[in-house]
Write a protein that binds this ligand. Structure first.
Ligand code: KDG
Ligand code: MG
Length: 406
């Protein structure tokens, strides 16, 4: 069997997605992968079209590990978000082909089910504590048992995770599409508000509902340690991404001050970034993004390393990676032993019109079907109806005008 064609589609059904189709010399045997990198979609599409695609023609799609090593190490200039997202797109498409060829869903090829469904979490944001509470109650009614909570921070502009950022960015049009929205953020107000939000929610909702919060890499080490300690009485499921991804050693400081569980990793693009946090047990959940770390091939190795250190998985599952990666997440979640929780979104109808299949949510858990491969497909005619729209993530500045991490 040989790879005969690599096709890249950039489509925008609700938001931009970069999709990779790998075709083979066997009739109707193809696989789809997702290579979406929010805000830098065309860089990945170009890497795939111009550099990586031609290297795949004539290769045996069954040899996933060999192709992975060849693309990762064979470039010499390895790694980084663009190349690792491109590699993930190829990797998922190859796994999809392998599953289809075997006539088995991927979870089966990965060792078979260790659980029936993957415990899922959703996002609840709001302008004030009351609004967050209402959203949490509505999510509980849908069956969610784990919920991420974010609230608008007084005096800040455009708080992460409370909604509206995408729309606000799109409202800032420049030539060719949107330009980044600029938000304002100050740590003092943030550090005062988050513990009060959690106090409010615990006093109204009780202890049973699992709550988590995403810091989005905005704090410095001592601020993160303070926040993690102050929210300790409210028993978070985890505090997510407290520090910038460059500073692994600073996690020791957080650990010295608190028993709040810590999750980290959506900005990592290699196993070696995750490694010290796992082997030193500085985190409790590793939450790499399958779509940015090189796909299923790399994520299952990370999961296996984490298993030895009692670190659980919480793979990144936002709306800016396609349902194809969400499906890969759940195949992995349901076949490993150290799965923790799975972040999820409900994709709008317009996205599902183009990318079909993907995990199904029921009673707090995600499920994949028994279809061979990933169980997802792409309607190329529908995709062509939604051309790429330039879009960026927002950016952040402090009150004095200096750049801060979004
Ligand atoms: O593109 C950036 C998003 O994927 C990220 O902001 C989402 O932090 C995120 C999360 O936890 O889902
Ligand atoms: Mg996050």
């Amino acid at each position: 069997m040989q790879i005969t064609n690599v096709k890249i589609i950039v489509t925008s059904p609700g938001r931009n997605y970069v999709l990779v189709k790998i075709e083979t010399d066997e009739p109707d045997l193809y696989g789809w992968g997702d290579a979406t990198l929010n805000g830098r979609e065309l860089a990945v599409a170009s890497a795939l079209e111009k550099h990586i695609g031609p290297l795949l023609i004539g290769r045996d799609p069954d040899r996933i590990e060999d192709i992975w090593q060849y693309l990762f190490r064979g470039t010499y200039w390895r790694g980084g978000p663009v190349l690792m997202t491109a590699l993930a797109g190829v990797d998922l498409a190859l796994w999809d082909i392998k599953g289809k060829r075997a006539g088995l869903p991927l979870y089966s090829l990965l060792g078979g089910k260790t659980r029936e469904g993957a415990l899922a979490y959703t996002h609840c944001g709001g302008q004030d504590f009351q609004e967050v509470e209402e959203h949490v109650r509505a999510a509980q009614e849908k069956g969610f048992k784990v919920i991420r909570v974010q609230v608008a921070i007084p005096g800040n502009v455009g708080t992460y995770g409370v909604g509206g950022a995408q729309e606000a960015a799109a409202a800032t049009w420049g030539e060719g599409g949107a330009l980044p929205q600029v938000e304002r953020w100050e740590p003092g107000a943030y550090l005062r508000t988050v513990p009060r939000l959690l106090e409010h929610l615990r006093s109204r909702l009780g202890e049973e509902i699992e709550l988590l919060h995403d810091v989005h890499e905005r704090l410095n080490p001592i601020q993160a340690a303070r926040l993690a300690r102050e929210v300790e009485p409210f028993h978070l499921f985890f505090l997510e991404d407290p520090l910038r991804p460059e500073h692994k050693e600073s996690f020791r400081l957080i650990r010295q001050h608190t028993t709040t569980p810590i999750a980290m990793g959506e900005l990592f693009h290699s196993r070696w970034e995750a490694l010290p946090l796992i082997t030193e047990q500085l985190i409790d959940f590793i939450r790499c993004d399958l779509g940015h770390i090189g796909g299923l091939t790399e994520a299952r190795k990370i999961a296996a390393i984490a298993e030895s250190y009692q670190v659980q998985t919480a793979w990144h599952g936002p709306g800016d990676i396609a349902p194809i990666t969400h499906a890969a997440n759940v195949h992995l979640d349901t076949s490993i032993t150290n799965f923790g929780v799975q972040e999820m979104v409900f994709f709008p109808e317009i996205t599902q019109e183009v990318i079909t299949g993907g995990p199904v949510f029921k009673d707090g858990y995600l499920w994949v079907t028994d279809k061979p491969g990933l169980g997802t497909d792409v309607d190329e005619v529908a995709a062509a109806r939604y051309p790429y729209q330039r879009a960026y993530l927002p950016t952040v500045r402090r009150a004095d005008g200096s750049v801060h991490d979004w």
